[in-house]
Design a protein around this ligand. Structure first.
Ligand SMILES: [Zn+2]
Ligand SMILES: [Zn+2]
Length: 276
């Protein structure tokens, strides 16, 4: 899946070896820097003879904007493209294996804009090997049943339930992604306890007014959102071109508020470990 598709997206995917076998693209809003890349990308996917459908999601207006964009790129897209307009609060797209994606409202001004949050389902508790051994349960299929929370019967006739052998359910991971936005309560809500918050930080503090007037956030404001949400990690994105040589200033401003902050770079890969 892909979040946003700006003009450089395809070039960056090729450069960093990101697979083109994607099936979904999530758009936050329809400013050119967030979707124009889809024209070339769909053309490339068509030339590759892709048969699988491509699903596009975005706020109200997505159908009009994206279908027009696609017509600009190719006469006929040789694979099915499905455009779905989503609204804040929606679970986005199909039933997914082990996680869901939700849309949340952002405040960018001039038309609807969304952020997306990926939430893994709660995971089963950890199986306590020592307790199982102490209870004389032989390693093998019975352990597997207990791990899944199923009751078992031992060869000696004892019937046991999984309670006591399996710990409390563990939270899944949460990754929240804002498009362009002012810092807002909806993002704080959506990114609650997030393992990773990817928040726009177009400007530094010296351009605080400009950020406010253009519907963007400063690095410090992004950090305040991360702090309020009790997120574990903050990645600043969408930084203005003036920080392209060095975004140290933005990182410094963010870290004063939220220490675990860094700035996203093209090709960056981030591990999101389980908290427990
Ligand atoms: Zn924008
Ligand atoms: Zn933008």
């Amino acid at each position: 899946m892909l979040f946003e598709c700006g003009e450089g997206t395809q070039r960056q995917m090729m450069r960093y070896g990101v697979s083109f076998a994607l099936s979904e693209i999530f758009f936050t809003h329809f400013h050119a820097d967030h979707f124009l890349g889809v024209i070339g990308l769909i053309r490339t996917l068509g030339l590759q003879g892709r048969p699988e459908p491509l699903l596009l999601y975005g706020p109200k207006g997505a159908k009009k904007v994206l279908s027009t964009a696609m017509q600009l790129g190719v006469e006929r897209v040789p694979f099915p493209v499905e455009i779905t307009e989503v609204k804040a609060g929606d679970t986005v797209g199909k039933q997914r294996d082990g996680y869901d994606i939700y849309a949340f409202p952002t405040e960018h001004g001039g038309g609807p804009s969304l952020g997306y949050v990926l939430k893994e389902h709660v995971r089963r508790g950890r199986f306590d090997v020592e307790k199982a051994k102490a209870a004389g349960i032989p390693e093998g299929p019975l352990w597997g049943k207990l791990t899944k929370g199923e009751p078992i019967e031992l060869a000696d006739g004892r019937k046991l339930t999984a309670d006591g052998f399996v710990g409390a359910a563990r939270p899944g991971r949460i990754v929240a992604f804002t498009g362009d936005t002012r810092p807002c309560a909806a993002t704080v809500d959506a990114a609650q306890s997030a393992d990773l918050l990817i928040h726009e930080a177009t400007f530094g503090e010296e351009e605080r007014d400009r950020a406010r007037d253009t519907g963007h956030a400063t690095a410090k404001e992004a950090a305040q959102v991360a702090l309020a949400a009790k997120a574990k990690r903050l990645l600043l994105s969408h930084v203005s071109a003036r920080y392209s040589i060095s975004a140290d200033e933005l990182v410094r401003e963010a870290r004063e508020v939220f220490p675990n902050a860094s700035v996203a770079k093209d090709g960056l890969e981030v591990d999101v470990p389980f908290a427990e």
